[in-house]
Design a protein around this ligand. Structure first.
Ligand code: DMJ
Length: 662
């Protein structure tokens, strides 16, 4: 029965609830699943010998018998390699999935690989031949690989998927074409050096901060995930499933764009020789994706160094088993060694978190780009499908969803923690697709309508904020995390309805202003601030007063600067630099602080990897010219790793151009 269930599940990635699954195993007239159910039935009026039957009855009986034989024979193809019968029917050189029987979505081959984790050499060798054959067939088709977003991977990609990708030689991703089709060189005409002398000086200061943070990490915590700057040692934690070097991978692109060449080379060498992906711990799918997958992707796109591509595709494959749920909505935690996945213990009723499964899209689409393997894009497109199917209360997306039933588990809505980057990835998916992903666009602007109608509020003091929603009741609180939304609403302004563009830009500016207001008196902001009981963007609970070097407010300054060139954003960014220097810089690195309102500072002894990846990068970009990682060419993932906009065709003016010069 087990393999029958696999076969049935394979047909429909949106596998229904447990009772529905049980129902589906019984006969449904006209259903392709009926054969299994027929076995359980007696044909009325048929004697055991089959004698004395009417012609039509004989015909039905014969049809049934031949169907049964075909089914049994077909089933042999899905049995594991070691099953003896299969060896009788298949010669050694044949693929276990002959052409025409290649599993479709849901991908049995992936599933079986996930169970055994290591595909046998003979399996890879067998399928690689087919992959080559299909690739050449695909190339011969008119339009070749670059036809369009949805079908360009076609047969070649399907075959490659079955063969497994990492470590194999395959048609190279056309890195030269990517570079050629950028409007601007990634590092700008002069590394983004600003002409304004004050901005130049401030940018140099940020670079010095990065160098200081990096050197201390290197000295005291090299190879560990994060630096503990007070105790001068490394922190590993339990978010990355045994993976190490989170600060290294998160820093690669920051070091590169800042021109810290020697540091970048060291980091690259570490990735090459020491980033061991064969770890066996429990990882957060979300964190590994945004930091490791995002960091490696950016490093590849900026430098073209193959090592990053190879590592990132290999890592991406290890994340796939998390999607093996009845709905295809991934669970939050995955063991990178065994592929077993489960939900966070704290997530109600085994649910998955909106901000986690909704923050995979950009990276997974790029994994498909680099590997040619459509499975990554299929997985995230299926998440969309599930989300589009279910009813949304007042058009809002609650934060908890069951990966089993595909239903919301609790009606808590937030643009801050648990929800945040889901919304961010909708608009960024649209932008990253070169504005072709209309579905993402539609989802983003409808979500914005619902957020504006239900969550956006004005405080008595005139501050605009985005409240949280608990089953219809507003909680007048905004988290530091929610402050990314100033930038998000800003970058989405241009593609909104014509009549709403200015409104979006104003809203973005108002949110950013509110978040800046929360940054007093130390000029660093609390984890959460409130707008009730007389509070105006202040933390009223002791437990909300900490600051862990988070980037979101500065991120919004950076986007608003690029969109408006209003000098106040650079000024606010500089205030943050001074505050970081004053309150967070210690002898051996930067540390978060426990209370942003306290006059005597208390450090939390942690230099978060996102401080190097995001906070310092956004500050550096804020004081740089706009052509450094131009928004015309790049979209930042939620960990500030730049990913290129995917252009199916070069802009006409770049068609015959040389590669964008450095
Ligand atoms: C980062 O890892 C990412 O920005 C994520 O989206 C939210 N939390 C941290 C920074 O605060």
């Amino acid at each position: 029965m087990f393999w029958t269930q696999i076969l049935l599940r394979d047909v429909d990635v949106n596998w229904p609830t447990e009772p529905a699954r049980r129902r589906a195993l019984h006969v449904e007239p006209g259903s392709s699943r009926a054969a299994g159910g027929m076995l359980l039935r007696k044909l009325p009026g048929v004697s055991a010998s089959g004698m004395g039957l009417r012609l039509s009855q004989k015909f039905v009986f014969l049809l049934f018998i031949s169907g049964l034989v075909t089914l049994c024979f077909g089933a042999l193809f899905f049995l594991p390699d070691s099953v003896r019968l299969k060896r009788i029917f298949l010669s050694k050189s044949e693929s276990p999935h002959p052409r025409g029987m290649t599993p479709g979505r849901g991908d049995v081959s992936t599933r079986l690989r996930a169970l055994s984790r290591r595909p046998s050499v003979s399996y890879e060798a067998r399928t690689a031949g087919r992959a080559r054959e299909e690739r050449s067939r695909a190339r011969a088709e008119p339009g070749g690989r670059a036809r369009d977003h949805h079908d360009h991977h076609d047969a070649a990609a399907r075959a490659d998927r079955d063969a497994g990708f990492s470590g194999q030689s395959r048609d190279a991703f056309d890195y030269g074409k990517l570079k050629k089709c950028l409007f601007k060189p990634p590092l700008g005409s002069d590394g983004g050096q600003p002409s304004d002398p004050q901005a130049r000086e401030r940018r140099d200061k940020v670079k010095e901060m990065m160098k200081f943070a990096w050197e201390n990490y290197r000295r005291y915590a090299w190879g560990k995930n994060e630096l503990r700057p007070l105790t001068r040692n490394g922190h590993i934690g339990n978010m990355f499933g045994g993976l190490r070097g989170a600060s290294i991978v998160d820093s690669l692109d920051t070091l590169y764009i800042m021109g810290l060449t020697q540091e970048f080379e060291e980091a690259k060498e570490w990735v090459e020789n020491n980033l061991d992906l064969n770890s066996n711990g429990e990882a957060s799918l979300f964190e590994v994706n945004i930091r490791y997958v995002g960091g490696l992707l950016s490093a590849y796109y900026l430098t073209g160094a193959e090592v990053f591509k190879k590592k990132v595709v290999e890592l991406g494959e290890k994340l796939l088993p998390a999607f093996n749920t009845p709905t295809g909505i991934p669970r939050g935690v995955i063991n990178l060694g065994s592929g077993t996945s489960w939900s966070w213990g704290w997530a109600s009723a085994g649910s998955s978190i909106l901000a986690e499964f909704g923050t995979l899209h950009l990276e997974f689409v790029h994994l498909t780009e680099l590997s040619g393997n459509p499975v990554f894009t299929e997985k995230v497109m299926n998440i969309r499908k599930v989300l589009n199917k279910i009813e949304k209360p007042h058009g809002l997306y609650p934060n908890f969803l069951s990966p089993v039933s595909g239903n919301w588990v609790q009606h808590h809505v937030s643009i801050g923690g648990l929800g945040d980057s889901f919304y961010e990835y909708l608009i960024k998916s649209y932008l990253m697709s070169d504005k072709t992903d209309e579905e993402a666009k539609k989802m983003y602007y409808s979500a914005m309508d619902a957020i504006e109608a239900n969550l956006v509020q004005k405080s008595p003091g005139g501050l605009t904020y985005i409240a949280e929603w608990r089953g219809g009741i507003l909680d007048h609180k905004m988290g530091h995390l929610a402050c990314f939304s100033g930038g998000m609403v800003g970058i989405g302004a241009d593609d909104g309805e014509l009549t709403k563009r200015q409104h979006y830009l104003d809203l973005a500016a108002e949110i950013t202003h509110t978040c800046h207001e929360s940054y007093s008196p130390t000029k660093l902001g609390p984890e959460a601030f409130r707008f009730d009981a007389g509070a105006e963007a202040t933390a009223t609970r002791l437990s909300d007063r900490y600051y862990i070097l988070r980037p979101e407010v500065i991120e919004s300054y950076m986007y608003m600067w690029r969109l408006t060139h209003d000098p106040k954003y650079r000024q606010w960014g500089w205030e943050a630099v001074e505050a970081l220097e004053h309150h967070c810089r210690v002898e051996a690195g930067f540390s978060g602080i426990r209370d942003v309102y306290a006059t005597t500072v208390s450090h939390d002894n942690m230099q978060q990897s996102f401080f190097l990846s995001e906070t310092l990068k956004y500050l550096y970009l804020l004081f740089s010219d706009d052509d450094l990682l131009s928004l015309e060419d790049w979209v930042f993932n939620t960990e500030a790793h730049p990913l290129p906009i995917i252009r199916r065709n070069c802009p006409p003016e770049r068609e015959d151009a040389e590669e964008a010069p450095e």
